[in-house]
Design a protein around this ligand. Structure first.
Ligand code: UDP
Length: 242
């Protein structure tokens, strides 16, 4: 298919996908092929708009360091398991996206010779400019961080225009929409307001990084058909924080 050359509001984006986006409520599997196919199709739609896309993948569907720690494991070891789990998700996502005839490269912050490439910001930028999707796994490569921090850090390094944080709800609300039916969705927020109101956007170290480097964040519902496409087309979707 011939790529369309539209004017893009965000020519280079980092999409943060939680590990949970790879699962589905109707499946017993931690990595569900239906979810992977859905995500790959959503990604294909924006690749056809000629956007430069980097993805940071989490691992909440497999292992999170804090949960393993609560079971008695040393936190550093627990976080190593968490980071390696993001590589497992990255392998699955990379494989499904490449089946859409999209060029993809999986990078890991932890060297895993023969499995994927080691993170290299310069190479990542070159690949992105050649319209290759780059998937960043293993977080920032250090324990005591999350993949939200990796998303913001990598976005700043590769000079992305925005971090798109895909979640299971439509954006940032006044309170938890799953617990309170009167919760109101914000369409726009400032970094200051998020901190003042203690709204849950991402963990504090990731959020502070975005604020300090004036990196916009858009929180949106990744399960909503065409939501990603609409964002890239400049249509209001979810909550913009800048
Ligand atoms: N992790 C880490 N350092 C990083 C990123 C992630 O140690 O830079 C570990 C941490 O244990 C975390 C797990 O990997 O709980 C999975 O990442 P995250 O919780 O961010 O996944 P998500 O919630 O996005 O699915």
């Amino acid at each position: 298919m011939v790529k369309q050359n539209h004017f893009l509001k965000y020519p280079r984006v980092v999409l943060k996908l939680s590990g949970e986006s790879l699962t589905s409520i109707n499946s017993n599997s931690n990595i569900d092929s239906k979810s992977l196919l859905f995500l790959s199709k959503e990604i294909k739609k924006i690749i056809d708009l000629n956007v430069e896309l980097a993805i940071v993948i989490g691992a909440g569907n497999l292992f999170r360091g804090n949960k393993l720690q609560n079971c008695g494991m040393n936190r550093v070891v627990a976080d190593h398991i968490g980071m390696l789990s993001t590589v497992i998700n990255g392998l699955a996502l990379n494989n499904f996206i490449s089946q859409m005839n999209i060029k993809t490269v999986l990078m890991s912050s932890i060297p895993l010779n023969g499995i994927c490439e080691i993170y290299d910001w310069n190479k990542a930028i070159k690949l992105l400019s050649q319209k290759t999707v780059v998937i960043f796994s293993a977080g920032i490569g250090n324990p005591f961080f999350t993949t939200d921090s990796a998303a913001c850090l990598r976005a700043i390094e590769i000079q992305a225009d925005i971090v798109l944080k895909g979640t299971n709800v439509d954006g940032v609300y006044t309170c938890d929409p799953k617990k309170n039916v009167n919760a109101i969705l914000y369409s726009r927020l400032t970094y200051k307001k998020v901190l003042e109101k203690e709204l849950k956007v991402m963990d504090l170290s990731a959020f502070a990084l975005a604020r300090d480097y004036k990196l916009p964040i858009r929180v949106f519902n990744i399960n909503k058909l065409n939501a990603l496409f609409r964002i890239i087309k400049g249509i209001n979707e979810g909550t913009l924080i800048n």
